[in-house]
Design a protein around this ligand. Structure first.
Ligand SMILES: *Cc1c(COP(=O)(O)O)cnc(C)c1O
Length: 354
């Protein structure tokens, strides 16, 4: 099965090799050194300054989203949630579960997040903004400069779920004035699922994290940050994924983040051009390089099923209202242009026989 999904994605041979080996014990100076290196290399990959904090959580991305909310916000807060699809909705649900007051900026499918829409919400009413910078359910990439200017103007803390945009699109933690950034292992890092890495700004750490009551033992940032001072985590971490991460981050440092992002961009652009040549349609809103949504109404589900069963190709299906409307084709992990030729030909064949 060839994966054109967004996570898990096709893993690189070096990662698979590491995943096949015996794990070390982790309460050792050697493992602490590896964690310090992971921290340094991760910060470099998002252009974060030394005084922000890095947290390694053994959880999928949703756990990290929940951790961000409960460690930084409480009863006194009111948050603005950008909800342009499944992942935006998830942030809203997290606020609801934890009794944190919020408003939603809801985007209809196809609607672009514009300055007008954002300014329709009076920023002085809020203390923080939650956004999935790339709303993976639709493929829309929001304008981070627009969002961070809004947060600066009203003094809001900015929480960015960058899980499906990290390495695919440009992310600069300091320059974009992000307070919490969330990354997960199974997307562009192309590692096993189960690890999330978060960067916490000095400002939100001092003013919020340190002052918040502890609401989850497992997800408590204070304890994670304290432990990272000695290169450790409070509980048994995903040791194997942290080893996979170490190899991958070294590779990213050698290749360069900009180069990796450009490679993904070139692949995505070429695929989109080729789709248009073959008269497939894609949405008009701004897209992340991470994936290409293809408009196939009403046959999206059928085409997904046939790609899987007849061609051994796994694209990302859509859920809910978009099930019959969209398939999403990922550009992350170990995928090459030749693979896309095979996919495009298969999509054409299926379309002819519908
Ligand atoms: C994949 C993804 C997540 C994480 O979802 P999990 O199923 O918990 O791993 C969160 N946010 C976005 C934008 C994602 O693409």
């Amino acid at each position: 099965m060839k994966l054109f999904t967004v996570g898990p994605v096709e893993m690189f041979p070096q990662t698979l090799h590491i995943a096949s080996e015996q794990l070390p014990y982790f309460r050792t100076p050697e493992f602490s050194e590896l964690m310090f290196e992971n921290e340094r290399l991760f910060k470099a990959s998002i252009r974060a300054a030394k005084n922000s904090k890095t947290v390694f959580l053994t959880t999928s991305g949703t756990g990290a989203m929940e951790a961000a909310v409960i460690n930084c916000f409480g009863d006194e807060d009111k948050l603005l949630v950008i909800n342009g699809g499944g992942f935006g909705k998830r942030f809203a649900e997290i606020c609801q579960i934890h009794g944190i007051s919020y408003d939603e900026l809801k985007l209809d499918f196809g609607e672009v997040l514009t300055e007008e829409r954002l300014n329709g919400f009076d920023g002085s009413k809020y203390t923080g903004l939650l956004v999935n910078l790339h709303e993976t359910s639709t493929g829309q990439l929001y304008d981070i400069n627009l969002i961070s200017a809004y947060c600066r103007k009203y003094g809001l803390y900015l929480v960015v779920d960058a899980i499906s945009t990290y390495l695919a699109d440009k992310i600069e933690f300091d320059a974009m004035e992000i307070d919490v950034l969330i990354v997960s292992s199974q997307k562009a890092l192309a590692l096993s699922p189960g690890l999330s890495v978060m960067e916490i700004s000095e400002r939100i750490y001092r003013n919020r994290v340190l002052k918040m009551p502890i609401r989850s033992m497992y997800l408590d940032f204070k304890s994670h940050i304290k432990n990272m001072e000695r290169g450790q985590t409070p509980f048994t971490p995903a040791v194997g994924i942290l080893l996979e991460l170490n190899e991958r981050l070294k590779q990213i440092e050698t290749t360069g983040v900009d180069e990796i992002q450009t490679e993904i961009h070139v692949l995505a652009e070429r695929f989109r051009r080729e789709l248009k040549t073959r008269e497939f349609r894609i949405p008009e809103y701004p897209l992340s390089n991470a994936l290409t949504p293809v408009l196939l109404e009403p046959n999206a589900r059928e085409i997904y099923e046939q790609l899987k069963s007849k061609y051994g190709i796994m694209v990302t299906p859509s859920g809910g209202a978009l099930e019959k409307v969209l398939i999403r084709v990922g550009h992350l992990g170990n995928v090459k242009w030749d693979d896309y030729e095979v996919l495009l030909n298969a999509m054409e064949q299926i379309r002819e026989n519908l």
